[in-house]
Design a protein. Structure first.
Length: 421
């Protein structure tokens, strides 16, 4: 509330006209004010006050005391101009009492400190509830990142920044932190001491919590997108968000055989996969890319029928026969009973890995991904025709001119255009 300063002259005039009591025997307004027990603010108090007036270099605020509080011009000049424009008469704001009046001195408060203390209180509440907060990165130093929380700043140590906690090269770590400036991080408060202005946060703790939440939400069959973060001979590790990293095994990458993940991917590639298995308690996720690709077995079953002749390449020879690839991602078994061999002969004596042979399709089960093949059911005439065709194709390939070695011929169109010009 705001009161007009009552001078000694006004008081004397008032007493002359009204005395200590008015005609009805009641005390004067001045006496009532003097006797009223106003709360006495103390240095360090945080008080909610109402803005009474905003001048160019001073702000007057009613904090419920005998006299109005004042934000001095030194502080007003340092406040952000954009922030000052958001203030208006009647607004309620927190202020910090910096000087209590003695005699006729002014009651001085700090709006900046009041807002800072309010932010410290908000931070304490977040820590008490163990809540995650998203803050912007405004700077970095040797030890970590600097983030902004209202009008106070927090610090995220290197060891609590995912992605760089195990990076020991100084230049690489500095570069990584520089790239984070301007971005936002989900953080948990791990240390708070307003008296020492110590405000420490952790992105790692927040990520651990979010990772566990996401693991519990994942379900087998979910389609997700992720980024390749690492590769091993047995598979690729895919980050599917919030630090959840799943394994895409080489056997689940494609229908065809993959020797190494780098045959298909590079670190940083974005990949769409399906959740095959989730073990939330062990933080393990198995992924599958193969199921999202067209099945070569289904395509093969639509193109070929039992009894058709196929050309295939021997991929392995075993005691009970040989495996023959007849299409990309499709292999069939050529059992030794279906090979043109004496009954007591071994398949290894007739075939070797890499041989190209003619086979007949005996049985197909696309659902179980099984093919039965036979060379014994290929007639001699069919074998001869296939061999002749095969030889003719090889001769044509040998006789074909090498385009790269051919002398360049003049372009008549270009020459004609030059002549016209």
């Amino acid at each position: 509330m705001h009161y007009t300063l009552i001078t000694e002259e006004n008081q004397t005039n008032s007493n002359m006209n009204n005395g200590n009591e008015n005609d009805n025997g009641h005390q004067s307004f001045f006496d009532l004010i003097e006797e009223y027990d106003f709360p006495q603010p103390k240095r360090g108090d945080i008080i909610q006050g109402e803005i009474l007036r905003i001048d160019d270099d001073v702000v007057f605020i009613d904090i419920g005391s005998k006299r109005d509080a004042m934000v001095p011009h030194q502080e007003v000049q340092q406040l952000d101009a954009a922030f000052l424009q958001t203030l208006s008469t009647g607004d309620t704001v927190p202020v910090y009492v910096t000087r209590t009046p003695v005699g006729s001195e002014q009651l001085v408060v700090s709006l900046e400190r009041g807002l800072q203390e309010q932010d410290w209180e908000r931070a304490a509440e977040l820590q008490k509830k163990d809540e995650t907060v998203e803050l912007g990165v405004i700077n970095y130093n040797k030890g970590g990142l600097v983030v902004e929380f209202g009008r106070i700043q927090g610090f995220v140590p290197n060891s609590h920044i995912p992605g760089i906690q195990n990076v020991y090269n100084h230049d690489q770590r500095t570069s990584a932190k520089g790239k984070l400036v301007g971005s936002s991080l989900n953080l948990k408060i791990i240390e708070l001491d307003p008296a020492r202005e110590r405000f420490v946060l952790s992105a790692k703790s927040a990520q651990n919590e979010q990772r566990q939440e996401q693991l519990e939400e994942l379900a087998v069959g979910d389609r997700v997108k992720g980024k390749v973060v690492n590769m091993k001979p047995y598979g690729a590790f895919i980050d599917i968000g919030n630090g959840v990293v799943g394994l895409l095994h080489v056997s689940r990458m494609a229908w065809e055989h993959i020797d190494h993940p780098h045959d298909l991917f590079a670190v940083g590639d974005e990949v769409e996969v399906v959740i095959d298995k989730v073990q939330a308690e062990k933080e393990k996720v198995s992924l599958n890319r193969k199921v999202l690709l067209p099945s070569p077995w289904q395509t093969f079953a639509e193109q070929w029928e039992v009894g058709d002749l196929l050309e295939g390449k021997v991929t392995a020879v075993v005691d009970f026969g040989a495996f023959v690839r007849v299409a990309d991602g499709v292999e069939g078994l050529l059992h030794k009973n279906e090979m043109t061999l004496p009954s007591d002969a071994e398949p290894r004596l007739a075939l070797t890995e890499g041989d190209v042979i003619l086979v007949r399709l005996v049985q197909i089960d696309a659902a179980q991904e099984r093919l039965s093949l036979s060379t014994r059911r290929v007639t001699t005439a069919e074998e001869i025709r296939w061999m002749q065709t095969h030889q003719e194709e090889q001769i044509q390939e040998v006789d074909a001119p090498d385009v790269s070695e051919a002398e360049p011929q003049p372009d008549a169109g270009v020459e004609g255009q030059e002549e016209v010009e």
